[in-house]
Design a protein around this ligand. Structure first.
Ligand SMILES: O=C(O)CCC(=O)C(=O)O
Ligand SMILES: [Fe+2]
Length: 394
């Protein structure tokens, strides 16, 4: 990234920083032990780099609303994924359609991924972050060309306030990672979880295609399952949770995200201007629509399943919904987000609203873009609480 200096101001890429702030960010980055490293030192006050504006950290809990309408749907997939009963399929598809229209988020149970695989995946993430610092530091990098990237705050130098979270990212497809590039403590489970998620993702995209009134293979054929990235998050316990956030409000820059979360909680979705909790359900996976899918479908039919990419190709039929994670006195919280994308880094394939979904009454709302362009814009912007999708609106 290009860096230029004036007396008190430093420009990193497109972001202007005071030179003091830049120094603080660099010192934090250079520890290579992230937020967990701060907690291990026993601090009781969080550094001001992590302070968010109070309005951003305020909670509106679902419990305060006392209304079952304000609970994201939990959809049982047993009939379609496990017993494969054709007479039950349309019922499941219509529940998914309704969830996508209304929420852009839903949970699934009986999805076919064994509980033992889910548990071992969460354990593998914990083993990585809790291993010896000197071994872990070898994986710390901001080099986007690596297939395994561990760091804290991918947008460290561009976001207005840091998140109380460390993350590792593993690119699983289209290029398979070389096993030797993966940390020994979680290598086997990353590969096994990746295989399970791929199989589940194919089944899910068939259901989503049908929910859009398209043939079952439509979304797979246009490449929605081509790229896969695992984002494994570790949210350490936070001594001043009301001052910061685990993850700032954002929508995802992919087609869909399949999220595995542990029992701690803190994930919230913005629904009708209120923050609604997504409560941990044992054995469940949380599905949300990404920016790219939203832009692809028919307007007014679905609202938010396939996040921003999904939003883009659905031309706003599916909603890519904003979500965030609260910081918590209790921790660590562990989550694993599987991003279905189109090969993020190098793909020059053009994505735009699906032609079959467009008409005179439903003209294209987004211009065509490549994943390369979209991701570069998303990363440069960072998590600043605004959507990247607007940049691509016609
Ligand atoms: O940790 C979570 O529950 C959510 C993470 C998330 O939103 C993301 O990785 O995009
Ligand atoms: Fe997300």
């Amino acid at each position: 990234m290009e860096v230029s200096y004036t007396d008190q101001e430093v420009t990193v890429g497109t972001v202007k920083l005071s030179s003091n702030r830049l120094n603080d960010l660099k010192s934090f980055d250079e520890t290579k032990t992230g937020v967990k490293g701060l907690v291990d030192k026993g601090l009781t006050k969080i550094p001001s780099l992590f302070h968010h504006q109070h309005d951003n950290t305020k909670s509106h809990k679902a419990a305060d609303l006392c209304n079952s309408e304000h609970t994201i749907p939990v959809i049982d997939l047993e009939d379609v994924v496990v017993t494969k009963d054709p007479s039950k399929r349309e019922g499941v598809v219509s529940r998914i359609r309704e969830a996508c229209k209304t929420w852009g988020f839903f949970q699934v149970v009986n999805h076919g991924i064994p509980e033992s695989v889910l548990e071992e995946m969460k354990d593998g993430v914990r083993r990585f972050f809790e291993q010896d610092d000197e071994v872990k530091k070898k994986f710390y990098t901001r080099d986007q060309n690596r297939s395994f990237i561990y760091n804290s705050n991918f947008d460290l130098y561009s976001s207005p306030a840091l998140n109380w979270r460390d993350t590792f990212m593993c690119y699983l497809a289209p290029d398979n990672p070389k096993p030797v590039e993966l940390p020994v403590v979680c290598r086997d489970i990353l590969l096994e979880y990746g295989t399970n998620i791929m199989k589940f993702g194919i089944a899910l995209f068939e259901l989503l295609s049908e929910a859009l009134g398209l043939h079952s293979n439509y979304l797979r054929d246009i490449g929605c399952t081509y790229g896969r990235i695992l984002l494994c998050h570790y949210y350490p316990a936070c001594p001043e949770p009301e001052l910061t956030l685990g993850t700032t409000k954002h929508s995802d820059n992919d087609f869909i995200t399949v999220l595995l979360q542990d029992h701690i909680g803190g994930l919230q979705v913005l629904h009708e201007d209120k923050w609604i909790d997504i409560p941990p359900v044992p054995g469940a996976l949380v599905i949300n629509i990404g920016d790219l899918l939203q832009a692809s479908f028919l307007t007014n039919i679905f609202m938010s399943i396939v996040s921003l990419i999904t939003k883009l190709i659905t031309n706003d039929i599916f909603k890519s919904v904003e979500h965030r994670v609260l910081a918590n006195l209790i921790g660590p919280r562990i989550s694993v987000a599987s991003f279905f994308c189109s090969g993020m880094r190098s793909s020059s394939k053009l994505y735009g609203p699906i032609k079959e979904l467009l008409s005179e009454d439903n003209p294209a709302k987004y211009r065509n873009t490549t994943m390369e362009e979209y991701v570069a814009y998303y990363n440069a912007k960072g998590l600043d609480g605004t959507t990247a999708l607007e940049h691509f609106r016609v």
